[in-house]
Design a protein around this ligand. Structure first.
Ligand code: PGA
Length: 260
């Protein structure tokens, strides 16, 4: 089996001014050691208004934390008032871009087709999409979790070839677990991540599937991260609330090990 280094990503959502963002990243950089970066790759996803400040800090101090964005518009430039293009993100050394987060799908009406266009645009600009998929509570209770997740994958990967698909990080985020303090059990999260990997194998072959990183997201904390990461098909976490505080996020990035 391919060894996949876990990717621990902090999705700050609409939190932290650029000044707060700098303070958090400074603390995070101070807390994490070379051994921690060996164990897991770490990314932070501040709001657009903070990207430049965080990038300057990471570059100046050569901090090995990857810069991430929370969203993108799928065109290089043009008359799209209020949107941010992949060219702009790539120029800021953004490495990871979250695509299709459930909050954008639910609150801002982002369609599967739009998610597909964003995924393609991110790949075309040599960045790495973190594609979010996941079911609502009603869908879980109706037993349609697999249909929902695999349908979202099918739609998001339209027109993406195997070489490009191999780069995509897939984040399984059950909507009922986001921001609720209600985490999926490690077994349930593992089961869905395993079927995500099987879908990749069917669509793109076993080799691509063996390198694909599947994150789990939804109320990840320093206390539950270790057992989630111990699952064979979970290769990282997309962390919202618990990533806002440098100390808590550092503990998650250490996969729950090390000093509390
Ligand atoms: P949460 O958010 O960790 O606050 O549940 C996760 C996410 O939405 O990515």
């Amino acid at each position: 089996m391919a060894t996949r280094k876990p990717l621990i990503s902090g999705n700050w959502k609409m939190n932290h001014t650029h000044l707060d963002a700098i303070a958090v990243v400074q603390k995070l950089a101070y807390s994490l050691s070379p051994a921690d970066y060996e164990r897991a790759e770490v990314s932070v996803h501040p709001s657009f208004t903070s990207l430049r400040s965080v990038q300057t800090l990471l570059d100046a101090d050569e901090v090995p934390i990857a810069l991430g964005a929370q969203n993108v518009y799928p065109a290089p430039s043009g008359a799209f008032t209020g949107e941010v293009s992949p060219v702009m993100l790539a120029k800021l050394n953004v490495r990871y871009v979250i695509v299709g987060h459930s909050e954008r799908r639910q609150l801002l009406g982002e369609s599967d087709e739009m998610v597909n266009r964003k995924l393609v645009a991110v790949l075309e600009h040599q960045m790495v999409p973190i594609l979010c998929v996941g079911e609502t509570l009603e869908e879980r209770e109706a037993g349609t979790t697999q249909d929902k997740v695999l349908g979202q994958l099918e739609a998001a990967f339209q027109g993406v070839d195997a070489a490009a698909a191999a780069k995509v990080v897939i984040a399984y985020e059950p909507i009922w677990a986001i921001g609720t303090g209600r985490t999926a059990s490690p077994e349930d999260a593992q089961a869905v991540c395993a079927s995500v990997r099987s879908w990749v194998a069917k669509a793109y072959g076993a080799e691509v599937a063996s390198t694909t990183r599947a994150q789990y997201g939804g109320s990840v904390t320093p206390d539950n991260v270790a057992e989630l990461m111990a699952q064979p098909d979970i290769d990282g976490a997309l962390v919202g609330g618990a990533s806002l505080d440098a100390e808590r996020f550092a503990r998650i990035a250490r996969l729950g090990t090390g000093p509390a």
